[in-house]
Structures are given as C-alpha cells and as structure tokens.
Design a protein around this ligand. Structure first.
Ligand code: GLP
Length: 242
C-alpha cells in the first residue's frame, strides 16, 4: 500500500486526478470504477478542468460505479446516478451509454446484483477503482462484518452510515435504508485501487488502516492489504492520528 500525504484537500484532489488522467492517457478505453460521497468531488472538478483546458477525452472510457441507493428515483438529487451526472458526466465527453451504476429501482434487486457482477466481467474488469472510506472503515457500502468474498449485493445501511449521509437529505428519515453495492471481492479484482481520505472525521479510520496492518472483516478497508496495487492519498487532517 503506497501512501501519498498531502497538506490539504485541494492537493489531494489534484494528485488523485493526475493518477486518473495518466490511466486514461495510457489506456483510452480504460474502465474506471467511480465513487460518490463528498471526498471525490474535488477530483471530479479537476478532471473537468483538465478536460476543458487540455482536452483529455473520455469518448471511449467506460465507468462503473460502486453503489446506488435502493428505491430513490433516478432523477432524485440524492441518487448516485444524478450525483455522477451533475459532478462529472455532464461536463465531459463521455458516452452516456458507457456509464454504469446499479439500478436501485430494479423490479428484482437480487437479479440486478447478479447482472452487475456479469457487467463488470463483460466490460473487461476495472482498471482503476476509486474509493472513499466511511468513518467505520466501510468501502462502497460494505459495512463492517461483510465477508470479503461477497460480490455485488444488497445491504441494510447502518444507522451511523445513514446519519453520516443524512447531511445531503432534508431529514434522516429520507435516507434510504438499503443500497446495492459492489462487494469487496469485486473491488479487490480491480487492477489498481486509489483510496482517498480527507478531514478529521476520517482520522480514526485512517489510523486504524495505516497502523494496524491487520486484515479483519470488522474493518472493511483492511481488505485492501490483500491487493498488490493500492495507493492511498490522504490529507493532514485525515492523518492527524497516524
Ligand atoms: C458513502 C459511500 C461511500 C463513501 C462514503 C464516504 O457511504 N457509499 O462510497 O466512501 O460515503 O463518503 P464521504 O466521502 O462523503 O465522506
């Protein structure tokens, strides 16, 4: 696991964007695994800036997102599909047909999970998976206790995760109780992984990740020790307990 320390969020975002841009330049048909949450938004802003100023093209890039809430209409401002449209897709030259997220409104959500696993395989696997980290160490929506062997599945969101995400909703009651998420197995099958952590509220999770080196299902991010190509970019606030 390679750690890149940055003084602040702006530099974290620049460094993360540079890694993604390099991946695209090396492989113009790359599959990018993308994440939502507030952490990657600065990175997406940098990607847009670079697209506008330097012309980096996404015309043959495919993207596949980690997760989606169950039961939120696609056009709801809090659906991860609408988040991705707003924060990235609408501002770059990506083909909308090449952007994939789980369908949280599928009639049969179990079938949807199986379809998503097949989709990951059929597009050739993920070249670079971008990850944030939850305060309890969750990645995607893989909460503590999730077996590392799980592929895409439906999760009941913990109260703490719903509370942490309630800031985007009018009321915590509006936060969905379920989500579809890629499993840790899918994440670990990516060729490279880039995990971002910013802010003091991530300091405990980062201290646990960077100092214990113990792989345990009670701390999902520790699954990343099983992968050979992980880069962590974190700012000083997130590293304040390391
Ligand atoms: C959500 C997302 C995760 C994300 C986490 C942290 O639970 N499903 O993918 O990493 O929140 O979000 P933030 O970056 O806003 O702290």
């Amino acid at each position: 696991m390679k750690l890149i320390r940055t003084p602040h969020y702006q530099e974290l975002s620049m460094k993360a964007a540079a890694i993604i841009i390099k991946t695209i330049q090396t492989n113009p048909t790359a599959v990018l695994g993308l994440a939502t949450g507030s952490t990657p938004t600065g990175t997406y802003e940098r990607l847009i800036k670079d697209h506008v100023e330097n012309g980096t093209s996404y015309k043959d890039i495919r993207t596949i997102n980690l997760d989606e809430y169950v039961g939120l209409p696609t056009e709801d401002i809090n659906s991860y599909r609408s988040f991705m449209e707003r924060k990235l897709f609408s501002a770059i030259d990506i083909n909308p047909k090449n952007t994939y997220l789980p369908n949280g409104n599928a009639v049969d959500i179990q079938d949807e999970c199986a379809r998503y696993d097949q989709l990951i395989q059929s597009i050739g696997g993920i070249d670079l998976q971008l990850l944030g980290i939850g305060e309890n160490g969750h990645i995607g929506f893989n909460e503590p206790g999730t077996p590392f062997t799980e592929t895409t599945h439906v999760v009941e969101l913990t109260h703490n995760t719903r509370k942490a995400n309630a800031r985007f909703f009018k009321n915590i009651k509006d936060v969905p109780t379920q989500a579809i998420t890629m499993g840790i197995k899918n994440i670990l099958e990516s060729k490279a992984i880039l995990l971002l952590a910013s802010g003091e509220n991530k300091a405990e999770a980062m201290a646990r990740l960077l100092t214990s080196h113990k792989t345990t299902e009670s701390f999902p991010a520790s699954s990343l020790f099983q992968h050979q190509n992980v880069t962590v970019i974190a700012d000083e606030a997130a590293l304040s307990l390391v």
